[in-house]
Design a protein around this ligand. Structure first.
Ligand code: SAH
Length: 299
């Protein structure tokens, strides 16, 4: 599946790239957003693109080859943003983009077990060298109460107790190794009306596992203040989130950084309400369905 960048027009509107300006794309992925930023910032502007998944960086290199030295691509976590910017002496920075979560290509084009549509091993790590543990380890080794907690908190799964209980029951028979085994266990633990719901009954469990494996919410909490501190006055920050937990973190951070009480890192919020995709975009790109964009400018 090809990844189509979400809210492309809106990203350009809020980052407002001009010739010779420099931007950081903290989740460069396949370079969809980076490409339009590079087009707008010629002839001398640069984009520093970061991605935790080495395969994404490889794809991005091909995608952005035409821009040669104007695209600087780094395989690392955006939690190391400040250190990367210093190491690369990158700047002045005019804007920073965060397009959270995973790409459509990762969902169905890898062997990582991100998708409940494919029967694969339960991995879910964006980067298998970064010291993260796999979803298989969580499913088979975490105590029932910890499992329940991540399903409830990261998945907002109303059947968290029943699913966690069934997982711990089933793993007594042998290690749970694949996405399809897990899906059967979820099905078995939930009522039949749930199987016919608007979203697939495994969606919330899979989301919870992916967030836990990659520590996504803590990473987001860490990067937001660092991003603001990297920006000079007038620099812009745009964050696109894909579920309510992420959006809440972005919203609360922006509010707090914009409040009179904030000492350092003051920002002005540019989006009173989150910007969402148009019906036309949702039709052509299902990933945009749950996207929420918030933007701020450093004072
Ligand atoms: N904007 C991109 C798509 C981004 S999808 C485009 O238009 O092509 C989100 C990307 O974030 C994925 O490639 C994923 O590997 C990456 N990612 C997730 N967590 C990350 C982290 N902690 N640091 C850096 N990249 C991360």
């Amino acid at each position: 599946m090809i990844h189509i960048p979400v809210l492309k027009k809106e990203v350009l509107e809020y980052l407002n790239p001009k010739p010779n300006e420099n931007f950081i794309d903290c989740t460069v992925g396949e370079g969809g957003h980076a490409e339009v930023l590079l087009e707008k910032t010629g002839p001398g502007g640069k984009v520093l693109g970061i991605d935790l998944d080495p395969q994404q960086i490889e794809k991005c290199k091909l995608q952005l080859a035409q821009f040669s030295a104007r695209a600087i691509l780094i395989n690392d976590s955006y939690v190391n943003l400040k250190e990367i910017v210093e190491r690369k002496s990158f700047g002045p920075v005019n804007g920073i983009l965060l397009d959270l979560g995973m790409s459509s290509a990762q969902l169905e084009g890898t062997q990582k077990g991100f998708s409940f549509k494919l029967d694969q091993g339960l991995d879910m790590r964006y980067n298998d060298e970064a010291g993260y543990f796999t979803a298989e380890k969580i499913i088979n080794e975490w105590p029932e109460n910890k499992l329940e907690e991540i399903l409830r908190e990261y998945g907002e799964e109303k059947f968290s107790k029943k699913i966690a209980k069934n997982i711990t029951e089933q793993r007594k028979q042998g290690r749970i190794k694949t996405t399809f085994e897990l899906i059967e266990i979820i099905k078995d633990a939930t009522p039949s009306q749930y199987w016919r719901g608007k979203i697939h009954y495994a969606t919330r469990t899979f989301q919870a596992l992916r967030i836990a494996v990659n520590d996504e919410l803590n990473n987001l909490e860490k990067v937001l203040p660092d991003a603001v501190s990297v920006l000079p006055s007038g620099g812009r920050l745009v964050a696109i989130s894909f579920h309510s937990l992420e959006d809440r973190i972005v919203k609360n951070f922006f509010r707090q950084a914009a409040s009179a009480k904030a000492t350092a890192s003051q920002v002005k919020i540019l989006t009173k309400k989150p910007v969402i995709a148009s019906p036309g975009e949702i039709k052509t790109n299902s990933r945009s369905r749950s996207a929420k964009l918030r933007a701020a400018i450093k004072i």
